[in-house]
Design a protein around this ligand. Sequence first.
Ligand code: PCA
Length: 325
Amino acid sequence: MKKITATCATLAATTMLALPVAAQEKWDLPMAYSGSNFHSVTGAEFAECVTTGTGGAIEITTHPSGSLFAGADIKRAVQTGQVPIGERLLSGHQNESAIFGWDSIPFLVSSFDEHDALYAAAKPHVEELLAEQNLTLLYSVPWPPQGLYFNKEVNGVADMEGIKFRSYNNATARLAELTGMLPVQIEAAEISQAFATGVAESMVSSGATGYDRKVWESLSHFYSVDAWLPRNYMLINSDVWADTSDASKNVINACAKLAEYAGTWRAKEYTGFTMAGLAEGGMTVGPAGDALMSELKEVGATMTAEWLEAAGETGKAIVDAYNAN
Ligand code: PCA
């Protein structure tokens, strides 16, 4: 028996010597959206890429649907080191800094290409702000253009009066206020239930989110107004990043590049696919009428002015850099 134990110990020592020198680390990665959402699928691939690429030195486990931290709490959890890494819709933190809302200004951009140009102008400022908060950006992926969901036909702002409107950030809540609706902030993971129970009757979001959440079970109309394209960001705690070996950093950066590319490709593919899915589910899907559109553009002009006021010099620098393009 003694001999067997001794042999096992020798074997264990030999095996340990054969292991990579790097410490084995396990990183939990909270995400707010359902596992089937394209951002979550992209995040899961990123996690697998890092785990494989680092030879298991860093093993990332994703937790979609707000199961580890609710969307609103993910940024703080990463900042404070409760988790090393997480994915978040940064416009949800516009109350901390208007700059985080650069991607939710109605009708400033309405296509992926225009959005890309605006992102290029905003990115350095967002990264600077994140650095002040002990956060490092790894990659970021846009949502498809935002459209309006209702449970009835809507031809103008007058038809929106008093509707309970699901919001996901300050901009969406302000849009509701300016159109006479009643905003209620609800995480995407909760919206099917909110619509089914009448807690909310309307929202602005992408075809992707409506499709993911099967909103045709409660809602009837989707107007593809292309109001803006918000982004999700994969963020890592800056102390964790500083402590990560150069070899692992290289792998993570490569996986992040791949994820940004794949995620953006998916966002584009999903725009048409999910709108067709909403129609198949029984919804009336199409552009808004001219009257509704011109009223929404007025609301957009008000919100643009308000954002520029709140975002000060940096906001102006972002919009100027975009316009100079
Ligand atoms: N879906 C997310 C944010 C933007 C989008 O298209 C949501 O509705 O929460």
